[in-house]
Ligand binder design. Structure first.
Ligand code: SAM
Ligand code: SF4
Length: 329
């Protein structure tokens, strides 16, 4: 098991498949992009599958989420999903994507064994989308969402980040649209993980702001802690249900004490937390022919050192060197 000194057990693995992206969301990346990892720095498809196999068969991982950067840019994605679906015990698998290209790949991903997707969409207004992501691809995302639902990658969840002065008035509109299309909407508080270090606590839209805005149009009743489990989102029933809305309040209502995650970057580093400042290199072990048992041991050791919380509330908090897109969001 991947246990830490606070008794938490990690069963949910987030795997970043690439640090590259075809959007430039303002809260994530600068317009010019970033210094991307070189090809030889990236884990190969076989190396990724081997690490996931070790995680699933030796370390108690039951959930695998593929992310990035933009995971649909990884040419071997469908094959990786297929190989992971053949593992015993079979992990549940999901994908966090910006949705561009999902129209073409949703069916193949479902056939390969993917269970679900989370698609990121912050606005229903094409011109605001262009300002937020610096690309004219709004319709591609909507098409990707449709395709995901049609392919049965359900429940389809939609992730939205609200940015002051851009889309912070859109929460009720987004929820009405999500309910109508049978997507489960989750708002994510903006976190200090942008490459440009532009995040400001007093400028961000908080969970409190989001809920107040939603309540101008909807009746929200809490789903309760039991239903939440270790999920980062607090969820509310919309107008009595069954539709639900979630808020991931990593900044104002952190949920670190129930965290069940471990993370793997596209270059093979284990991270215990999005906000961790240390990493453990598994790529070097893989490439020096270390046996599975040694890799599993180093992964366990890394997780044993997981900190109690993100440290966001600590005055000495320092943003990690890697931005969200290079960690895997
Ligand atoms: N490119 C894919 C996507 O956008 O869904 C996967 C990677 S992205 C880093 C994963 C999630 O992180 C997205 O939902 C995105 O909106 C969110 N995200 C990125 N930067 C963020 C930030 N600074 N604060 C909060 N959420 C952020
Ligand atoms: Fe790309 Fe996702 Fe970052 Fe947007 S949030 S720039 S889609 S990695």
């Amino acid at each position: 098991m991947l246990m830490d000194t606070y008794g938490r057990v990690a069963t949910d693995l987030r795997v970043s498949l690439t640090d590259r992206c075809n959007l430039r969301c303002t809260y994530c990346m600068p317009e010019e992009g970033l210094q991307w990892l070189g090809k030889s720095d990236l884990l190969s498809d076989d190396e990724i599958v081997r690490l996931i196999r070790i995680a699933v068969t030796d370390l108690g991982i039951t959930e695998v989420r593929f992310t990035g950067g933009e995971p649909l840019l990884r040419p071997g994605l469908v094959g990786i999903v297929e190989e992971c679906a053949a593992l015993e015990p079979r992990p549940r698998m999901s994908l966090t994507t910006n949705g561009i290209g999902l129209r073409r790949t949703a069916g193949a991903l479902k056939d390969a064994g993917l269970d679900r997707v989370n698609v990121s969409l912050d606005t229903l207004r094409p011109e605001v989308f262009q300002t937020l992501t610096r690309r004219k691809r709004h319709q591609d995302v909507l098409d990707g969402l449709d395709a995901a639902r049609a392919a049965g990658l359900t429940p389809v969840k939609v992730n939205s980040v609200l940015m002051p002065g851009l889309n912070d008035d859109e929460a009720p509109e987004l929820l009405a649209w999500a309910v109508e299309h049978d997507y489960e909407l989750r708002f994510i508080e903006q976190m200090p993980l942008d490459a440009q270090h532009g995040w400001k606590r007093d400028g961000m839209i908080t969970a409190g702001d989001i809920l107040a805005s939603l309540r101008t149009r909807f009746n929200l009743s809490p789903e309760g802690e039991d239903a939440r489990g270790s999920a980062p989102a607090e969820r509310w029933l919309v107008d009595g249900g069954p539709a639900r809305v979630g808020v991931i309040a990593s900044v104002t209502r952190p949920f670190c004490r129930a965290c069940d995650r471990t993370r793997l970057t596209a270059d093979g580093q284990v991270r215990t937390c999005l906000f961790a400042r240390e990493e453990t290199d598994l790529r070097e072990l893989l490439r020096s022919d270390a046996p599975d048992a040694e890799i599993a041991k180093q992964w366990k050791l890394a997780m044993w050192g997981k900190k109690a919380g993100s440290g966001l509330d600590d005055p000495s908090f320092l943003q990690p060197d890697r931005p969200m897109s290079a960690i895997g969001g």
